[in-house]
Each structure stands twice: as C-alpha cells, then as structure tokens.
Design a protein around this ligand. Sequence first.
Ligand code: APR
Length: 230
Amino acid sequence: MKKIVVFSGAGMSAESGLRTFRDSDGLWEEYDIHEVATPEAWQSNPKMVLEFYNMRRRQVIEAQPNEAHVALKELESHFELHIITQNIDDLHERAGSKSVLHLHGDVRLARSSVDEALLYPVEGDLNIGNQCEMGSQLRPHVVWFGEGVPVFPDAVNIMENADIVLTIGTSLNVYPAASLVTYAPPQAEHIVVDPAEIRNPGIENLRTIQKPATEGVPLVVNELIASIKN
Ligand code: APR
C-alpha cells in the first residue's frame, strides 16, 4: 500500500467554524501572541492564557468535522494514511482517522507544569487552582512560541516514508513545523490544498489546488482513489 502523509493546518478546520491564525480575520489579528501563547505569558498572566485556551476548547467542542476531514478518512481503505496536524482540535479523530499526530498539542488535554508526561482530559474549563497529582498548576497541552516540539522527530520519521504528501490549509510560517514537508523522500509527490497562494517550501514535485479544503480535499481524494483503480 502506498503511504500518504497529510500535513494539516488551521485552514483544515476553517470551514468547521474554527478561525485560522494569520488570515485577515485570524486569531492573531485579535490577540497578541506574546500575551497568550508564550511561556512568558504563562508566567506573567496565566489567567489570560487559560481564558484564551478555554475559549478555543469550547469552540472545538461545538465544532463538527467538515467534508474535508471526512474525505480523508476514505483514503484509509486504499492507502496507508498518516495525519500530522498542527491543529489542537480533535476533528480528524472525530471524523474517524486512525493515525493522527498532533505537533502542537491538543486543547482537550491539560498537562502538569512540572512533568510534561502527566496529561489529563479537560472537562469544561481549565482554571487557576486546577492541579496535577504532584500539586502543580495544570496548563493547556499545547506548544507555545519559544517551546520545543517534542513529537517533531516522530513526525520526521513518518514523513521520511511518504510516497505522497498532502498539505492542507497551512501558511507554512511556523517552524519547525513548516520544514516537515522537506523531509519527504525526493521522489515523493506533493499536493497542496489552500485557497491562498502558498510559498513553496523548496519542493520541486509540487502541485497546488487553490481551493478551500471542503472543495479541494474531496477532489484530491477521488483522484487518488481513481489512480489506484486504473
Ligand atoms: N481551506 C483550506 N485552507 C484555508 C481555508 C480553507 N477553507 N481558509 C484559510 N485557509 C488557509 C489560509 O490560506 C492559510 O494558508 O489556511 C492557512 C492558515 O494559516 P495559519 O493561520 O498561519 O495557520 P497554520 O499554518 O496552521 O499556523 C501554524 O501557528 O499560531 C500557530 O500554533 C499555531 O499551529 C499553528 C501554527
């Protein structure tokens, strides 16, 4: 079975009603990254950070997977499929996808601020005073600017075995995530689905489908499935 690696970003969930970060109505237009998404913000104003992620979590819980999430699930019957997502929502999982790696964490989980292996599901909001079993304040299980990406080596391993890389809805602005696609073998076929013109991360064999995810992804999925039947 050919291996497809999907690399998704905020645009994947845009049509599920979750805002992207860098579009004109994106989250980083309304919020200052330094106030809500850095270790320094967590030190100086943890309440504001918790509120920001509580809002994200509530919206994720209300959102539903869209046609693009659902279409990707169909690929699993025909290909070995791995999804690497920068998204902190669980919409790929809720669409039924089996192999999903979260590069930037998962907003539905909290983690200890003294031991990053201690993770807890969050029911409702995460508040000041919510502690891990070691007595430290719980923080959102997300990767902030200035922090390492602990699962990056796992993502590289997956990418190194890709036959086809399908990049969906990411501006490829945030590193190291944006460099991930360059770890695919040189002969891998790359397809990008994004309504905007995405800057090429230095890949030759790349085709862009300039459409929103719910249009572009089902098209690509049908094409890929047809290609193995021929
Ligand atoms: N379908 C597909 N793509 C879309 C859609 C859509 N309906 N709407 C917007 N997009 C595209 C935009 O054109 C843009 O290229 O989604 C991309 C969103 O880019 P960003 O907002 O920069 O999101 P992303 O690339 O996922 O950000 C990376 O930045 O702030 C951090 O940690 C956060 O994981 C995030 C990281």
